[in-house]
Design a protein around this ligand. Sequence first.
Ligand SMILES: O=c1ccn([C@@H]2O[C@H](COP(=O)(O)OP(=O)(O)O[C@H]3O[C@H](CO)[C@H](O)[C@H](O)[C@H]3O)[C@@H](O)[C@H]2O)c(=O)[nH]1
Length: 315
Amino acid sequence: MKILVTGGAGFIGSHLVDALMERGHEVKVVDDLSAGSLENIKRWLDNERFEFIKGDLREPSVCSEAVKGVEAVFHLAANPEVRIGAQSPELLYETNVLLTYNILEAMKRENVEYLIFTSSSTVYGDAKIIPTPEDYAPLEPISVYGGVKLAAEALISGYAHTFDIKSLVFRLANIIGERSNHGVIYDFINKLKANPGELEILGDGTQRKSYLHVSDTVEAMLYLFERFKEEGKIFDVYNLGSEDWITVKEIAETVSKGMGLNPKFRFTGGVDGGRGWKGDVKFMRLSIEKAKAKGWKPRMNSYQAVERTVKELLG
Ligand SMILES: O=c1ccn([C@@H]2O[C@H](COP(=O)(O)OP(=O)(O)O[C@H]3O[C@H](CO)[C@H](O)[C@H](O)[C@H]3O)[C@@H](O)[C@H]2O)c(=O)[nH]1
């Protein structure tokens, strides 16, 4: 299959590209390299089944060029940083909603059959049911980031039903692993490198979430895409996460241990009852029963994924 991966030089995108190339697909990547890096995809740059386009998808002409000739688009290009929402709603809107609109328009023009979109657990906001199933309502995001992901999902559903773009949405838990260049584990490692004696923890440390290793994430996306194609549906949504959850304090302990350190923890206290920032969801664990019923389950739980990521990021 000829497949476009937007954001394919980024963290999750580059792992997806590895898996697609290893399975023999023709892969095109479009990335503006604002957060992604050519280093992540360098092993494929000279491969004849691989094509790289450096471009900003906010430009409709870049979208047209990117989707030309492909049968499926994995749309991962986005700004993934929840915490910038209070300062930069416009950036989150542009990189999540406008970008998705531009991709959908280009796909409509070029008659591309499949869209696979990486949404986020943040669409559920402070869910009252945990583990949270896909049909949980009302969807009430508490961050601008969650809001723009939900808006993008809604736009995709509308285009899917109106223009027959078969669309599959994944609501991701916190994805971690090699090549991640943001998020709590990455931050803790950098803070401890700068000051091995003390670790600042945002919030009260009791924020508890489900973490999924990127290798499990990519497996799930490709496996469930195959099932989606067999079923011939026009639109579907899956949660992807692990079945347990882990607190920020436990992550701090795991990172410290992995670095052979025993720092003093300093909790900032955070906002709104111990959140790291305004809009930080404090408790998140997704029901993955729907994906499990199709035959997927994660190989690593949150603890194992965190331990492995610490090793991978420390090299
Ligand atoms: O220096 C830090 C950094 C983070 N945290 C805490 O660690 C937790 C995780 O924060 P991350 O920045 O790692 O991740 P988020 O939960 O904000 O968001 C991540 O998971 C979401 C889905 O669950 C989205 O997909 C999003 O793109 C992705 O970055 C938060 O509760 C935060 O308060 C700290 O205590 N100190």
